[in-house]
Design a protein around this ligand. Structure first.
Ligand code: ATP
Length: 247
């Protein structure tokens, strides 16, 4: 039997500054326990799609003007980002966004604001360190002095501190050496398998994303132009010609 759909994005349009139509009817579905990749080049609309889901468009003067977004069958377009976090939807922004002047551990602790039980927070921190042993080693280092890979791990770790059921991961490979990208994706796969965290990840690095995802959507100019199982996309001749070897 098919796993239930966690996230159902149905024909959304997004307009920036009241005039610039950026998403022109995007539909996608993320099944429970899946790793779904949202692929496409620079400016295709991947970040906008993630921001629409986590209701982070307002700060960018963007709004969803058509379509619907459902979390386990419930409309969520009007929930605040904080409410979404409480319901298990958290976004890891592009560019990592660690607090440079805080230590790794302090950064992780900023992710526990929805939790009140000290024991639970401690347990979450241990869990994060268990998946990201590098972060444990660097726990007292100021984030500014850690590597790009460690900062990306820290950003994912902070999201995990909220006990998410679905993580929206924006361009995790950006600016990282291939070996580190592999390390990060490997941990994502592990979290998916062992903690049952569902992932929707936006990536320009098609090769890497299709290696770890089970399903992919390809975006171009604000539309989904192709979708399929990761394995089928990776072997598709159009995908090979236009997207593989990019990023
Ligand atoms: P990237 O990998 O570069 O982030 P992307 O696929 O995530 O690319 P988006 O960042 O979603 O693409 O951008 C989609 C389009 O929307 C681009 O043409 C971009 O210029 C435009 N855009 C993004 N943010 C804004 C904004 N705040 N105001 C106006 N236009 C915007």
């Amino acid at each position: 039997s098919q796993p239930p759909i966690v996230l159902d994005v149905n024909g959304i349009e997004v307009i920036y500054n009241h005039v610039i139509l950026v998403l022109k009817g995007v539909s996608l579905q993320v099944p429970e326990g899946g790793i779904v990749a949202l692929l496409g080049g620079n400016g295709a609309g991947k970040t906008t799609t993630l921001r629409a889901i986590s209701n982070l468009l307002k700060a960018e003067r963007g709004e969803v003007t058509k379509g619907s977004i459902e979390l386990r069958g419930e409309r969520i377009e009007n929930l605040s980002p904080a409410d979404l976090v409480r319901r298990g939807v958290v976004q890891v922004m592009e560019g990592r966004h660690c607090f440079a002047h805080l230590t790794i551990e302090e950064n992780l602790m900023t992710g526990s604001y929805t939790r009140t039980s000290k024991a639970e927070i401690e347990a979450n921190l241990e869990k994060v360190y268990n998946y990201f042993p590098r972060l444990k080693t660097r726990r007292t280092s100021q984030a500014a002095y850690t590597s790009g890979g460690e900062q990306q791990m820290c950003a994912i770790g902070r999201a995990l501190m909220t006990n998410p059921s679905i993580v929206l991961l924006d361009e995790p490979s950006m600016g990282l050496a291939p070996q580190i990208v592999d390390e990060v994706f490997h941990i994502v796969k592990d979290l998916n398998a062992k903690e049952k965290v569902t992932f929707l990840l936006a990536e320009q690095n098609t090769n890497m994303a299709l290696k770890y995802a089970d399903y992919g959507y390809i975006m171009e100019s604000g539309r989904i132009v192709m979708d399929g199982k990761a394995h089928d996309l990776a072997n598709n001749s159009d995908v090979k010609e236009f997207y593989l070897g990019v990023g």
